[in-house]
Design a protein around this ligand. Structure first.
Ligand code: KIV
Length: 281
């Protein structure tokens, strides 16, 4: 599939210009039908590497591959007309250095038509972000809790409490200065998130951060109640679709076993129904 920029969708500079304005709305998506449902409600849609845990049953995002991101990226691209498409760079696809990052980011853009990529890391990723942006690849940064680093962070902990605050602030300054057009703040204490939002010139996108951020993002399966393995504190359930889906499946199973499905209206007669006579006038 070749790159197909959506004419109506905002681009990275449109998103950057929303700093301090009406909060940016975003969700993750991994499939065409879900992308269609959120297209008119979101400013941007992220194909997050959370896809590995949410749809593929992985226990972390570390096993997610470029091929998975491209496949889901293409699916989501087919469902979007108005929202901007951003795709996560998976673990191992950019950390070696700017050249590796460029190669894989360019592949994501060329094969999915996404308008930007997201990568995790602050000060240590600034050089890579600068390299990508200078070569035509808009970058959304992601700091605070960076799930690809859970093994060095010691788990899914809040990042930036007490003495850690300066380091998270330094990360925010570094990615903004390197040219990122926005930055995700994940599991950053509220006051620190507000301070970063006030200080950096690019929009902050909160997830477990603060309502004062320039925008918010959630994993769609979390907020709709499809992903129930665990529920982080920062997730609000706006619907409970997992249990509803299971109830439907249980009813179907019972009806099949009772031979009450399929019913008369779901099966076909031996002969085709007579064609209707054409109406006059
Ligand atoms: O992978 C993901 O879904 C993310 C968002 C939750 C920010 O990175």
């Amino acid at each position: 599939m070749s790159a197909t920029a959506k004419k109506q969708a905002p681009n990275a500079e449109d998103i950057r210009a929303r700093k301090g304005g009406t909060p940016l709305v975003s969700l993750t998506a991994y499939t065409t039908p879900m992308a269609r449902l959120m297209d008119k409600h979101c400013d941007f849609v992220l194909v997050g590497d959370s896809v590995g845990m949410v749809l593929h049953g992985l226990t972390s995002t570390l096993g997610v591959t470029m091929e998975m991101m491209i496949l889901h990226g293409q699916a989501v691209a087919r469902g979007l007309e108005r929202a901007m498409l951003v795709i996560d760079m998976p673990f191992g696809s950019y950390e070696e250095g700017p050249q590796q990052a460029f190669r894989n980011a360019a592949r994501l853009m060329a094969e999915t038509g996404c308008a930007a990529v997201k990568l995790e890391g602050g000060v240590e990723m600034a050089e890579t972000i600068r390299f990508l942006v200078k070569r035509g690849i808009p970058v959304m940064a992601h700091i605070g809790l960076t799930p690809q680093s859970i093994n060095t962070l010691g788990g899914y902990k809040v990042q930036g409490r007490d003495a850690q605050a300066e380091a998270v602030l330094a990360d925010a300054r570094a990615v903004a200065e390197a040219g990122a057009f926005s930055v995700v703040l994940e599991k950053v204490p509220q006051k620190l998130a507000d301070k970063i939002t006030a200080e950096v010139a690019i929009p902050t996108i909160g997830i477990g951060a603060s309502a004062g951020c320039d925008g918010q993002i959630l994993v769609v399966d979390d907020m709709l109640g499809f992903f129930t393995a665990f529920k982080p504190k920062f997730v609000k359930r706006y619907a409970d679709l997992g249990p509803m889906a299971e109830a439907g499946i249980a009813e179907y199973a019972a009806e099949v076993r009772a031979r009450s499905f399929p019913a008369a209206e779901h099966v076909f007669a031996d002969q085709a129904p007579a064609a209707k006579a054409p109406s006059k006038g």
